[in-house]
Design a protein around this ligand. Structure first.
Ligand SMILES: Nc1ncnc2c1ncn2[C@@H]1O[C@H](COP(=O)(O)OP(=O)(O)OP(=O)(O)O)[C@@H](O)[C@H]1O
Ligand SMILES: [Mg+2]
Length: 337
C-alpha cells in the first residue's frame, strides 16, 4: 500500500505558526463571559484574580497545560486584563540566552503578567534564572568564571508568571514546584463548542441554522481553534454560493473539502490509524517506529494528534506501544480507507 505522508497539521499548530493567526485574534474571547467552558480552571482563576486585586499584590504564578487550541493564550490575556496589568508574551524556545530573559524580567512593572508559551521547551540554563525570580523576585547573576566569579543580585518587580505547556510532564521539577496553581485544560464538549460557534458567527456576521452549528461542533475535535477554522471555511463556502444563511449541507460540503470526516478526524489522524493497522497489524507499535513510518516529528504526534485519538478511544496506549481499538477499525471500514 502506498501512503501519502503529506501532513495537515496546519489545523492545529499554535497561532504563531498558522496563517490564520490574525483571524484568530478577532475571534478571541474579549471577557470571561465569552470564555466558554473549562469551569474548574475558570473557578480557580476567578478566586486568584479577585484575591490579587483585593491585596493589590501580584497574583500567584499559574501553569496552564493542555493540548493546542484549547484557550491557554486567550485565558492569559483575560487574566492580565482583569488584573489591569500589562501582558508580556514570550515563547520559551525563542529565549536563547540568560541575558534575554533577564532583560524581560527586569523590565516588568509591579503586578505585570509574564506569559511564557511552550515553557517546557525553554533551555535549562535559561530556566534556572526563573527559579529565584519566581520565588524571591530576585535575579542571581553570576559574573565571570572560575575563582574570580561573583554573584550579583538584581531586584525584580513582583510579577505573575503564567506558563503554558502542551506537555506538563516535560517540565523540570524545580520549575513545576514554583507554580502555585497547576490548571489543566480538557477538550470541550459539543454543547460548549456550539456556544463558541454561535458567539463567533455573530462576530463574523453570518447566520447559522441550528443543525449547521451542531454538525460543526461535532466535528471540531473538542477544540475551539478548529471550531473557528471550520466556521470560517463554511462561511466562505456559503458566501461563494450566495447563501445568506448556513445549513448543515454547507457544513458537510466544507468538511468534505477540508478532508474532515464524520468523527472530526482529518487526514493525518486517519493516516496514523491506517499505518498502525496496515504496517503494524493493529499494534502494538513503539512511538519511535510509528513516527519514523509517518515521517513526522514525535512531539507533533504526541502533542497534537494523539491526545484526541486517545480521548476518543481510537488509539490505546499499552506498555508495549500504541494499538488501535475496535472503534478505530470500525471507523476505517465505515469511511472505506
Ligand atoms: N474557552 C473558549 N471560549 C471561546 N473561544 C475560545 C476558548 N478557548 C479558545 N477559544 C478560541 O480558540 C482560539 C485558540 O485559542 P488559544 O490560542 O487561546 O489556544 P492555546 O491553548 O493557547 O493554543 P496553543 O497551545 O496552540 O498555543 C482562540 O483564538 C479563541 O478564539
Ligand atoms: Mg497559545
Amino acid at each position: 500500500m502506498e501512503i501519502d505522508i503529506e501532513t495537515s497539521s496546519d489545523r492545529f499548530l499554535s497561532p504563531e505558526g498558522s496563517r490564520d493567526y490574525k483571524h484568530e485574534e478577532r475571534l478571541r474571547p474579549n471577557n470571561f463571559d465569552e470564555f466558554i467552558g473549562q469551569k474548574r480552571v475558570i473557578d480557580n482563576i476567578d478566586v486568584m484574580v479577585k484575591s490579587s486585586n483585593m491585596r493589590e499584590q501580584a497574583m500567584d504564578h499559574v501553569l496552564l497545560s493542555g493540548p493546542p487550541g484549547l484557550g491557554k493564550t486567550s485565558l492569559a490575556m483575560l487574566i492580565a486584563n482583569s488584573l489591569n496589568s500589562e501582558l508580556h508574551v514570550v515563547s520559551g524556545p525563542a529565549i536563547e540566552k540568560k541575558g534575554d530573559l533577564a532583560a524581560v524580567l527586569t523590565n516588568l512593572q509591579p503586578r505585570d503578567v509574564l506569559f511564557i508559551d511552550e515553557i517546557h521547551r525553554m533551555h535549562i540554563s535559561v530556566e534556572e534564572i526563573l527559579y529565584s525570580a519566581m520565588e524571591d523576585f530576585r535575579l542571581d547573576i553570576v559574573i565571570g568564571q572560575g575563582p574570580s566569579a561573583r554573584t550579583m543580585q538584581i531586584e525584580v518587580a513582583p510579577f505573575t508568571l503564567i506558563g503554558a505547556t502542551t506537555r506538563s510532564g516535560l517540565l523540570s521539577n524545580p520549575l513545576r514546584d514554583r507554580f502555585m496553581a497547576h490548571l489543566h485544560f480538557d477538550f470541550y464538549h459539543a454543547e460548549e463548542l456550539g456556544k463558541i460557534i454561535q458567539n463567533n458567527s455573530k462576530k463574523l456576521d453570518v447566520e447559522l441554522k441550528d443543525d449547521a452549528r451542531l454538525e460543526m461542533a461535532k466535528c471540531s475535535r473538542g477544540t475551539p481553534r478548529i471550531a473557528n477554522r471550520i466556521l470560517r471555511r463554511v462561511r466562505d463556502f456559503a458566501l461563494v454560493e450566495g447563501k445568506s444563511s448556513i445549513g448543515s449541507e454547507h457544513v458537510k460540503k466544507s468538511l468534505d473539502l477540508m478532508d474532515i470526516d464524520s468523527s472530526g478526524l482529518d487526514r493525518m489522524d486517519r493516516k496514523i490509524l491506517t499505518v498502525i493497522k496496515d504496517y503494524y497489524n493493529c499494534g502494538p507499535v513503539g512511538i519511535e517506529a510509528l513516527c519514523a513510518t509517518l515521517a513526522e516529528d514525535r512531539s507533533t504526534i504526541e502533542d497534537v494528534y494523539e491526545p484526541f485519538l486517545l480521548k476518543e478511544g481510537f488509539v490505546l496506549r499499552t506498555p508495549r506501544g500504541r494499538e488501535i481499538s475496535q472503534k478505530a477499525k470500525d471507523h476505517l471500514v465505515s469511511i472505506e480507507i
